[in-house]
Design a protein around this ligand. Structure first.
Ligand code: PMP
Length: 356
């Protein structure tokens, strides 16, 4: 039945569907969360007595202390930092601020599936240059008239990493347009493009505390760039919400970003587990796409990806299956604790062994 209250655009909007968030005793390797608890300093900030007073008041609308602390980590000034409720919100503001233009926005044909959703929401035309057969990105495909470029580095859900020289080539191909690099997974082994910001007025780097800082539930993401880009984002933000980040998130995030020793240790642990799992899955004859993220994209042999997904699910292990062209024969597996990954490997060996 037609609904007279919904515009045709609203009726056609296809919302993003996140991975399942089941509660219970599953081994959950489907949404790239960090398997370890956040920094103890972040948890102490939650227990701080001053929080009661902070909650009584409105939050600092500018998140001043937090922006200053984030800027300091990168040798930038606080006017080069924009914070939002998770990087998803920062992405939304970026799309709205910079990519609503007559030309199409460019992003790879396999990438974070929220990008087309924002395009639809903000009526942005887009073009998706194909990745190569090995899922690597061919920078030369990003030349020509465009509203801008956005891509995750490492890419999701492939985990493939684009070296900084290639990012620089990309920045030079679109000098008059914003090139946004979504670094949600950069702490797991890649080199950040932040150090290119000084030389490139078109570079926007977007990051999150959800993955490497183990704070997906807090909802804190940020963008870094030259001042004119950050001012563009502020202009959009102030039209939506004058108090974007709540007081609790500001305090916990502040403590978290200051604990760089915890970040280095925790990321090193995830990376070590990833390398061990890649070797073990290769031993089980999976084809594993090279990853610098906290997940891997792997193609089983001797069983279809969807069947393996179901068999794992029957054993209370949840991974991500995408019923999409080019990746429907792969599973995306987030890196959990060593114990969780041992359970996954044992289950894969058993399921594949029983078919041979
Ligand atoms: N970018 C990419 C590439 C992602 O995979 C994700 C996580 N789904 C996000 C951004 C959003 O992360 P968050 O909103 O939790 O910061």
């Amino acid at each position: 039945m037609s609904n007279p209250f919904w515009s045709p655009e609203l009726a056609q909007l296809e919302p993003y569907v996140p991975g399942e968030q089941p509660r219970g005793r599953l081994i959950k390797l489907n949404t790239n969360e960090n398997p370890y608890p956040p920094s103890p300093r972040a948890l102490e900030a939650l227990a701080d007595k001053q929080l009661a007073e902070a909650l009584r008041r409105y939050p600092d609308p500018e998140s001043t202390e937090l922006c200053t602390a984030i800027a300091r980590q990168y040798g930038l000034d606080s006017g080069q930092v924009f914070v939002g409720n998770g990087s998803d919100e920062v992405l939304a503001h970026s799309f709205y601020s910079f990519f609503r233009r007559p030309e199409p926005l460019l992003f790879p044909d396999i990438t974070y599936s929220f990008y087309p959703v924002y395009c639809q929401l903000y009526s942005i035309d887009y073009r998706m240059p194909p990745l190569r057969d090995d899922f690597s990105l061919a920078v030369e495909n990003y030349a020509g008239p465009a509203a801008g470029v956005i891509l995750p580095n490492p890419n999701a859900p492939t985990g493939r990493y684009l070296p900084l020289e290639e990012i620089e080539r990309l920045l030079r191909l679109q000098p008059q347009r914003v090139v946004a690099i979504d670094e949600a997974y950069i702490d797991f082994g890649g080199e950040s493009a932040v150090r290119l910001i000084g030389d490139h007025p078109n570079l926007l780097v977007i990051r999150t505390l959800s993955k490497s800082h183990a704070l997906a539930g807090l909802r804190l993401g940020y963008a870094l760039g030259q001042r004119h880009l950050i001012e563009g984002l502020e202009r959009t933000k102030n039209s939506f919400n004058s108090y974007p980040i709540d007081s609790v998130a500001q305090r916990v995030a502040l403590a978290a970003v200051q604990d760089s020793a915890w970040l280095a240790d925790s990321s090193a642990r995830v990376i070590a587990t990833r390398e061990r799992v890649v070797a073990a899955l290769t031993g089980l004859e999976f084809e594993v796409v090279p990853s610098k993220a906290n997940f891997i994209l792997a193609r089983p042999r001797g069983i279809g990806a969807e069947d393996l997904y179901r068999e794992l699910r029957r054993r209370d292990i949840l991974v991500r299956y995408f019923n999409k062209p080019r990746i429907s024969e792969y599973l995306r597996i987030s890196i959990g604790t060593d114990g969780e990954m041992d359970a996954l490997l044992a289950a894969c060996a058993e399921i594949i062994g029983s078919r041979n």
